[in-house]
Design a binder for this molecule. Sequence first.
Ligand SMILES: [Fe+2]
Length: 269
Amino acid sequence: MRKSGEMTRTACIPRAQDAQERGNPRAQDAQERGNDQDDFWLHLKYNNCIEPVHPARSFLMLPTRRTLLKATTLLVPSATLAQALDFTQAQTEGPFYPTQIPLDADADLVQVEGKSRPATGIVSHLSGRLLDQNGCPIQNAKVEIWQCDAFGAYHHRLDRGNIAEAEFQGYGYTRSGKNGHYRFRTIRPVSYPGRTPHIHVKVSKSGMNGLTTQLYIEGEPQNQKDFLFNRIPEEKRGGVLATFPGSEAESETVVPEFDIVIGQTIVCA
Ligand SMILES: [Fe+2]
């Protein structure tokens, strides 16, 4: 019988080649509208994973995105990786979660079905993985995002009577693939009165604790004055930051990466 905390396999870590391919927007275009992203991520290969005995029921997130994303390209001893992971910082859902899910609620928020033009804004391919605290992928979890349009308005009756741009979907969901990956096509978030730019994110799966949080732009000066961003302990803020394309010229070329590490114990193959 195993003792609590005993690890039976090596950590689950993508190879360096995989990380490079994740940053290739042309490769990602092939699946940009699909909810099941397993095919797209099929080329990703993982090492064996640890199998922790004791279940944790909270969400975790990489402590600093830059350092740990780079670390995932290396074969790190399982105990080292487990120690490196940290709890995801939950954030309030806020008042603008849709009261009615839109008819078009797919993972492409830039193009609304039936509209002749795409949404205004800097197009961004938000991508990431759902992982447990040991780096093992969590598949088939529902990942939802919602955000204001390029002019700072939500599709919500509480936001000035729902004046948001009709060409922007405002909300979308997908499910994580076999390797825990998810992906959205959306716009770089913008600010609105009282808030720094952000994207709301909710993760849920049957039998698992859920997480609601917010994703922010790395290097955004308004972050420093945002009351919600500043509720996150300073040493944890790197876990909710991602690099977005900074201009129209960079549309669809920079892929923000937002890995969410979940406390659900997963037995990796
Ligand atoms: Fe918001």
